[in-house]
Design a protein around this ligand. Structure first.
Ligand code: GDP
Ligand code: ADP
Length: 193
């Protein structure tokens, strides 16, 4: 494989806006594609297998982990596993794409360690924890229990804000999108001149 695309790792607590930002960048840049993670969590109504995630049973996930098929994987929430398949990175590079990831802070730390300077890790920061919680509630994708799990983890994950290459504050969405574009173009050395 000759081409090895750069990696843009968006990380943050749930509800910070990673998915929204990554989806915007994917619409904006043909050269960028999404690393579809494997997960054992249940599919949400609007999600599609093979687009948002590769949804799989815990047995399949465990088998693949034992078979060393993951670049990284984590038990992000109790009994819910998420991971980046090696075959996914290969697929995207074969398609000559730079890669956007939406993964938790531990996964992001691991990807950064593995790929070093070819990887830019961006921490998405909500204006406040209260804003993040109200966005998560308004998203209406989670059960009461799942919402609780996410909120419980927010404070811990917020402690990682200085552990990555960039901090992207997600307040006004239009401003965030422009800043995200600036970050991507800057890392790839794209200029208007
Ligand atoms: N380590 C790791 N984390 C992942 C991966 N895919 C998704 N995640 C993270 O798992 C967490 C839960 O994701 P999800 O269930 O989609 O819920 P949401 O964050 O509330 O939208 C988020 O922090 C994701 O970024 C992955 O491949 N590896
Ligand atoms: N800047 C913003 N202003 C208002 N709402 C936002 C903003 N960014 C994201 N949202 C909304 O907040 C919710 C959580 O965002 P999402 O992208 O799903 O976060 P994550 O992927 O980090 O869990 C979604 O309903 C999304 O539409």
């Amino acid at each position: 494989m000759d081409f090895k695309g750069k990696m843009f790792v968006f990380t943050a607590p749930s509800g910070a806006g990673k998915t929204t930002i990554v989806r915007h960048l994917l619409k904006t840049y043909d050269f960028l594609d999404f690393s579809i993670s494997a997960t054992t969590r249940e599919k949400r109504d609007h999600e599609e297998n093979g687009r948002d995630y590769y949804f799989m049973s815990p047995e399949e996930f465990r088998y693949r982990a034992e078979n060393d098929e993951f670049v990284e994987w984590e038990e992000v929430y109790e009994d819910q596993f998420y991971g980046t398949l090696k075959s996914e990175v290969t697929r995207l590079w074969e398609n000559k794409k730079h890669i956007a990831f939406d993964i938790d802070v531990r996964g992001a730390t691991n990807i950064k360690k593995l790929y070093g300077d070819d990887c830019l890790a961006i921490f998405v920061k909500p204006p406040s924890i209260e804003t993040l919680i109200s966005r998560l509630e308004r998203r209406r994708t989670e059960s009461e229990e799942s919402l609780k799990k996410r909120i419980a983890r927010v404070k811990r994950e917020m402690n990682y804000e200085n552990s990555f290459d960039r901090i992207l504050v997600n307040d006004l969405l239009e401003v965030t999108f422009k800043e995200a574009e600036f970050i991507v173009e800057g890392f790839l050395g794209i200029t208007d001149e």
